[in-house]
Design a protein around this ligand. Structure first.
Ligand SMILES: [Ca+2]
Ligand SMILES: [Ca+2]
Length: 391
């Protein structure tokens, strides 16, 4: 027994040494060149400053948020369940959740805590509801989360809807984030795979929206005087926003799944137009060309982009000390890219700092209060993963 495990160990060391050897020429990466291009080669997990620990399983998990203290979390499952995960106990179904229109890319979406969660227990949720004539649209609601052995939602109230509802079940986006001052709710609203709504000021599709916590429109929104859903608009020309994150200086970043070869991370600025579907560094999946960003400098260009596509899932700001050199970074999951991407924040710019090959579709990225990073993998046997720092 002793001999065979020693052999297995030395074989593992040889494999690790070989995989390190094959990538050593590429590292350290020429980040300036990578940052300006669509490229970003992946590094084997063996070289990461963390080990991957499997914690729990979920059915098509989509989003999660830790509760204060980090020993409990809420996890949405796309088909319509909200799970109350506990570090030392079973994951329980939360009662009182809305009925969701499950299918395609739709179902349960995001879950975040209200800024005053500690006193109010309020959470915000997004999901898809059906409309007339085979149409669908995302909605956002708030409710009080009541913890304990029979967790439930009380007083669920819808505060926002995608308008108009359209056919198809793609590009809902429905990602949520509160500004660090707790005053404003930002919603990523996808263009519903219909292209032009991203430039249509009469639709709240293909936009990032800014609302008061009760769903009303702040008086100082850039298009507030125009009324209707136009008043909700903060930025436009987005495609499928699957991650929103504020950094420590209050800057809002978004990632979005672009067309083929056009996935983006943007610095979200008020009134900016990010150009979709008029410009993209990618092209339509049917092969039709979309002029690249540099041809139309009036549209805000991405800070980073990826070709081939990585299909982003989740976005989180990291400012901990658990993993060396990660302070002030953005972390982004990759679905088709099957990994985790780290981008160092450098003022108003980003660098392609790391990309690890997990061999699994990463849907969600969360940072716990203790500085550890947790991920959700995609699919019917989705896993909650903890990235345990290596000694
Ligand atoms: Ca989250
Ligand atoms: Ca293009």
């Amino acid at each position: 027994m002793k001999t065979s495990s020693a052999l297995a160990l030395s074989a593992a060391m040889i494999i690790a040494a070989c995989s390190a050897g094959t990538t050593s020429n590429a590292a350290p990466a020429d980040t300036a060149k990578l940052d300006a291009s669509g490229d970003q080669p992946a590094t084997p997990l063996a070289e990461a400053p963390f080990a991957v620990q499997e914690i729990a399983s979920f059915n098509e998990p989509w989003a999660m948020t830790f509760l204060p203290g980090g020993r409990q979390a809420l996890v949405t499952e796309k088909s319509g369940k909200l799970k109350f995960w506990q570090e030392s106990g079973p994951a329980l179904d939360v009662a009182g959740v809305p009925a969701v229109a499950y299918g395609g890319q739709g179902g349960f979406g995001d879950v975040i805590l209200a800024p005053d969660f500690a006193t109010s227990g309020t959470i915000y949720l997004s999901w898809v509801e059906a409309g007339d004539g085979g149409t669908f649209g995302a909605v956002v609601g708030k409710a009080k989360f009541v913890s304990g052995g029979a967790p439930r939602l009380d007083g669920l109230q819808i505060i926002w809807k995608q308008d108009p509802k359209v056919t198809g079940r793609g590009h809902f986006s429905h990602r949520l984030a509160f500004s660090p001052d707790g005053k404003y709710l930002f919603i990523g609203s996808g263009e519903r795979q219909k292209f032009d709504p991203a430039q249509d000021m009469k639709a709240n599709l293909g936009k990032i929206l800014r609302l008061n916590p009760d769903g009303s429109v702040p008086a100082d929104n850039p298009f507030a005087s125009q009324g209707g859903v136009t008043a909700q608009i903060w930025s436009l020309g987005h495609r499928n926003i699957l991650g929103l994150a504020f950094d420590g200086t209050g800057k809002l970043w978004n990632q979005e799944m672009g067309p083929k070869g056009g996935d983006e991370v943007n610095l979200v600025e008020v009134k900016a137009n990010y150009g979709y579907p008029i410009v993209s560094n990618g092209d339509h999946y049917d092969g039709k060309d979309i002029p690249d960003h540099p041809t139309r400098p009036e549209f805000a260009a991405p800070k980073l982009w990826w070709n081939p596509s990585v299909s982003p899932g989740g976005l989180a700001w990291y400012n901990g000390d658990v993993y060396p050199g990660w302070k002030n970074s953005l972390l982004m999951g990759a679905l088709s890219g099957e990994g985790l991407i780290r981008m160092a924040i450098d003022g108003d710019t980003l660098h392609k700092s790391d990309r690890w090959d997990f061999g699994q579709r990463i849907r969600e990225v969360e940072v716990r209060e203790d500085g550890t990073v947790w991920l959700l993998t995609d699919g019917s046997d989705g896993k909650l993963l903890k990235l345990t720092p290596k000694g």
